[in-house]
Design a protein around this ligand. Structure first.
Ligand code: RBF
Length: 161
């Protein structure tokens, strides 16, 4: 997927939102970049005390997202890196994680930022990790998108007349 066409989101007055970041641990260098980008985005948005939880692999992201969605968080951000190997395992993990996170978000009404890189090679993941030399910063983007969506949902849940 091309990263071209991404919007410049303007997100304000969100410092009081409760946000949790869940991060897998496979592919440490890339994950460190995604987590740093996510925490930087939260700091930029004035959200200074986010919850950060680590899980073993991307497969474990949906179950933790589901439980946190029931515990009062306004937005959740899932971070992971899945790299294609020589077996069909990649397809199953990617599909399970993607569908699982979508299901959590739609069923609970809590936005889940999708910061899971699904790449053919580690080089592709490094290009998107938000580290020196990267073209993109997907941890930062996933936080901004989830918080922007939470702000939108809050604006329609409050009386405006
Ligand atoms: N988890 C990841 O987050 N990224 C991966 O690239 C990844 N590759 C895996 C490859 C194989 C063959 C297996 C068995 C697991 C892999 N996992 C990966 C771990 C997976 O997300 C999960 O933690 C484990 O399957 C335990 O439930």
């Amino acid at each position: 997927m091309s990263g071209k066409g991404a919007p410049e989101l303007s997100v304000r007055n969100v410092g009081d939102l409760r946000v949790a970041v869940i991060a897998a641990q496979w592919h440490e260098t890339v994950m460190d970049g995604l987590v740093d980008g996510a925490l930087r985005a939260l700091h930029d948005l004035g959200i200074d005390e986010p919850t950060l939880l680590r899980v073993p692999g991307s497969w474990e992201l949906p179950v933790v997202a589901k439980v946190l969605a029931g515990r009062g968080y306004d937005a959740i951000v899932a971070l992971g890196v899945v790299i294609r190997g020589g077996t069909p395992h990649f397809e199953y993990v990617c599909q399970g994680v993607t569908q699982g996170l979508t299901q959590v978000s739609v069923e609970t009404g809590v936005p889940v930022g999708f910061g899971v890189l699904t790449c053919d090679t580690e080089e592709q993941a490094l290009e998107r990790a938000g580290i020196e030399g990267s073209r993109e910063d997907k941890g930062h983007e996933a936080v901004t998108a989830a918080v922007a969506t939470a702000a939108t949902l809050r604006s329609v849940s409050e009386p405006w007349r």
